[in-house]
Structure formats: structure tokens, C-alpha cells
Design a protein around this ligand. Sequence first.
Ligand SMILES: [Zn+2]
Length: 258
Amino acid sequence: MKTPLLNVQIPSIYTKGNQPALLPARMAKCTPDMYHALHSIATDLQEKGGKLVLSDMFRSYDMQYQANLDYRSGKKAAYSPPPGGSMHEAGRAIDIDLSQIKVSLAEFWAISQKYGATPIISQPNAGLKEAWHFDCRGSHGLIYEYYKNGKGSNMKPYTAMAVSSILSLGIMVDRFGNHCNEAFIQSGLIRLGFDIGDIDGYIGANTNAALKKAGITSSSVEDIIKQIEDMLQAKFPIEYQAVIDEGIDEVIPEHIMG
Ligand SMILES: [Zn+2]
């Protein structure tokens, strides 16, 4: 199966008639492992008198497109990449209200890291831009490491990780045109521990060799995808656990791959 997106109910910075409101439904979607992280972080924070309050989580293709336009026009100060480069598009990123955590940012880092949420900046300095942004990398962290170690070179490590995260939902990424399925196969193979060179959407000698090593012999793209998805689900079950609680349901994302 594809990595599912779940609808979640979580406090937000937004208000409705002067009352604090939940994060609007269009943004309140995340992967199962992100959901687990949110739940655990919120519980730990509550014990310390703080509260996990979000300003942003999931962005659809169109929402990311608008966020990038707003950055380019100066309407939004924080950098927002074009669609195909943000972990928000994969339901794997949160922006939190730092004024409500009631612990130092360093303490919050310790809590969030315990549950697999990684800060995007390198120092726990609440005054830095993006100090509020945390990613749940999951197995896509392996893509980040792969590119960081120079095994792939056509994207920055962070972009490659975002691309892999978005493709795993079955959402298209523009840079691969109509080769998104092939790009997913390549990123899946890397997450399974194989080397394929760059994720570029073209199945060449390296990808074919990795498929053979993985024991996948089919020539049908649909068949290969199914086998890779099954292997990923077996290796990273927490990322595929669709139903966690009552009241949580699966979301079908927009821009589904053909
Ligand atoms: Zn963010």
C-alpha cells in the first residue's frame, strides 16, 4: 500500500469566534509515524505544563505552490520551496507555537528527538528562522543520508528526502514528469538498503541491478511498485499503520500518480 495520510485533531494557533480552534482539516493530515510522534510529544509536554500547538502541518500541492508564491512576493518572510521540496507536502512536518511549549527549545529538542521528530535548524536558538519547524523523517531519513554521503548528487539531501516522502504517498512530483512511478521505485530501493545512483525517474543499469538483488524480476511497473511497497511495509510497519484510534481516518491525497 501507499503510505497513508491520517486526519488528526490537534490544537492550533487559529481561533474561531475568540475560542482556540483545532488545526483546519485541510492542514491536519499526517503519516502514521508522525501521528505517533505528535501524540507522544504532546503528552510529554503536558506533563511539563506546556502545550503542543501547531500553525501548520500538511500542505497540498496547491497550498505549497501558494506558500512559495507568498515567499517570493515578500508576503511571507520564511522560505518556502516550490512544490516537490517540502516535508509539509508529505504530512511529515509541523510548525509549532514556541510561546506555548513552556520549556526551553533545547528541552523541546530532547523531547521531540525521543519520538523521531528532527529540528530543521542546527542550534536550539528560538530566535532563528524556522526554529518552529520539525520533521518526522521516518525511513526517508535514509534518503537524506544516502545523498549526504554522496551516493546521489542530482538534488540536495533535504530535497531528495522530501521527494521520497511525497512520492511514497502516491502524490506526483513535477521534476519527474510522467516518470513518478519509476522515481518511487528508485527511492523505495534506497530505503530498502540498495544503491541505485540518483533518483531521476529513469530505470537504468544501476536500478535494474538493485531490483535483481532485491529479488524483483517482474517487468511490469505496477507489479514492481506493489512488491517494493510490500517490502517497505514489512520493514517500516509504523509508517503504514492506517488505523490507530477511533476517529482517525485515512485521507486520499490530491495529485495522485497515474
Ligand atoms: Zn514548516
